[in-house]
Design a protein around this ligand. Structure first.
Ligand code: AKB
Length: 339
């Protein structure tokens, strides 16, 4: 018989680290971690199995399919927004093709064990595309259904995969005689910029915020690639992980939509810089805007409306702007760089 499993793709990434640690703390013992990069031992020790390989590798997926009975998938693997602009075709293959393949695998799994597979998908504020800085500054909190015109390959991939997930959950094989013999329970969060005290992101466009903080704490100079008054919504990693778990556990009947904004706090690059200086007055940060990356950030909303998540599954961040810095980022980052 196959062993039961909770599959986590992109396990070596930022969110993978945070999520696996938390799931292990919660006593989930059937974690199977998958990543194209080597999976570090600390993560590996918390999992039942680690699989090193590509989500586009058919044989690898077939092996996973044959060895495990999967009930939940956290599909975190993706090429982030800046990296995806350098290799848009590869990004499309991984971000869109990889997600399609995992949805197909989840359908097949559910046909075998007869229960819906929960498919947890992190989308992003990159799914939005405002026409530029002026409109962004004049637009309030953006709802899920507004401004869905992404300008990056990554954003297009995320928005499309949200639609694919909704299709597989609600309409897959809708013309078949028995169209109910599968089941995907697709649940998706549009994350704002993530900031972790433990890991640094790579290849994203919201990266200036975590990079600025980690550079200050480790005594390195940093040139921020956006102008000081650039505002984005952010969330710290423990809240991001909580959100995924909370949505995963929410009763199906309470969920009125498949994709949800969540929000925690919104800050300009300069506000982040000033907060850093309170803690590390010697920090050497200056602003060296990159016109093209700035345009990407200017297409993302300054704030999002997360009222649906609050109403449907009780979303509420634990860390507001003050707590994010004083209770999480500063103490954890200081201890990280103190040794
Ligand atoms: C990125 O910058 O690409 C990501 C995102 C907005 O999802 N942090």
């Amino acid at each position: 018989m196959r062993q039961t499993a909770t599959l986590i793709t992109g396990a070596s990434g930022e969110m993978g680290h945070g999520l696996i640690g938390r799931l292990a703390e919660e006593g989930i013992e059937d974690l199977v971690a998958l990543d194209i990069r080597p999976i570090d031992q600390r993560i590996g020790n918390q999992c039942k199995a680690c699989v090193n390989g590509d989500i586009l590798d058919e044989r690898l997926l077939e092996r996973i399919q044959s060895e495990y009975e999967i009930h939940t998938v956290y599909h975190l693997a993706a090429l982030l927004s800046t990296r995806a602009e350098f290799t848009p075709d590869a990004a499309h293959r991984v971000n869109a093709g990889g997600t399609l393949r995992l949805l197909q695998m989840a359908v097949e799994q559910s046909q075998w064990h007869g229960r819906p597979v929960k498919f947890m998908f992190p989308s992003s504020i990159a799914a939005y595309g405002l026409p530029g800085r002026e409109v962004k500054q004049g637009t309030g909190r953006v709802r899920e259904t507004e401004w869905n015109f992404p300008t990056t390959m990554y954003g297009c991939n995320k928005l499309y995969c949200e639609h694919l997930g909704r299709y597989y959950a609600n309409h897959y094989r809708q013309l078949a005689v028995d169209s109910s013999s599968h089941g995907i329970d697709f649940r998706c969060i549009r994350f704002p910029g993530l900031i972790s005290a433990v890991t640094l992101p790579s290849g994203g466009t919201t990266d200036y915020a975590p990079e600025m903080i980690h550079a200050a704490a480790s005594g390195q100079k940093y040139g921020c690639f956006v102008v000081p008054d650039t505002r984005l919504p952010f969330i710290v990693m423990p809240d991001a992980v909580n959100a995924l778990l909370q949505l995963q556990e929410a009763p199906r009947e309470n969920l009125r939509q498949t994709e949800y904004n969540i929000s925690s706090f919104s800050m300009t690059a300069d506000e982040i810089h000033q907060r850093i200086l309170e803690e590390w007055p010697q920090a050497e940060i200056d602003f060296k805007p990159d016109r093209k990356r700035q345009a990407i950030v200017d297409s993302w909303p300054a704030e999002v409306d997360d009222s649906a998540a609050r109403a449907d599954w009780g979303w509420a961040p634990r860390y507001d702007k003050e707590a994010a810095f004083s209770q999480y980022l500063i103490p954890r980052i200081k201890s990280r760089y103190s040794g």
